[in-house]
Design a protein around this ligand. Structure first.
Ligand code: CA
Length: 115
């Protein structure tokens, strides 16, 4: 039982090594040099930054769309006037929060482009 677990663990390890080789060995010679490691790390960092920027962009789009959809929903007959009046404070905070998400996105963009 124990050796079997060790075997699967070993297989997992070799799979992992293969995976790393595939990822980091840019010229496919089976060795990972410092140069390759450095370059792959740079590529991974770029990809991560891109992913992060993409997530922030999606977040700000959701914020903008939610503000627009909420405003449209408030003008439909399904929401009564008294309910809007009761939720006025909450709605104000909602718009402020959504707008600050969008503002933060543009601020971050400006900061990143300056850096
Ligand atoms: Ca290599």
């Amino acid at each position: 039982m124990i050796w079997r677990i060790n075997l699967t663990k070993h297989r997992k390890m070799t799979d992992k090594i293969k995976e790393y080789l595939k990822k980091y060995d840019l010229d496919d010679d089976g060795k990972i040099t410092d140069e390759e490691l450095k370059r792959t790390t740079e590529i991974l960092e770029l990809e991560l930054r891109e992913e992060k920027a993409e997530a922030q962009k999606r977040m700000s789009w959701v914020a903008i769309l939610s503000m627009v959809l909420f405003t449209i929903a408030l003008f439909t007959p399904y929401v009564s006037e008294s309910r809007v009046a009761a939720l006025a404070d909450l709605l104000g905070l909602f718009y402020l929060a959504q707008a600050s998400v969008v503002g933060f996105y543009f601020g971050a963009q400006a900061y990143m482009s300056k850096k």
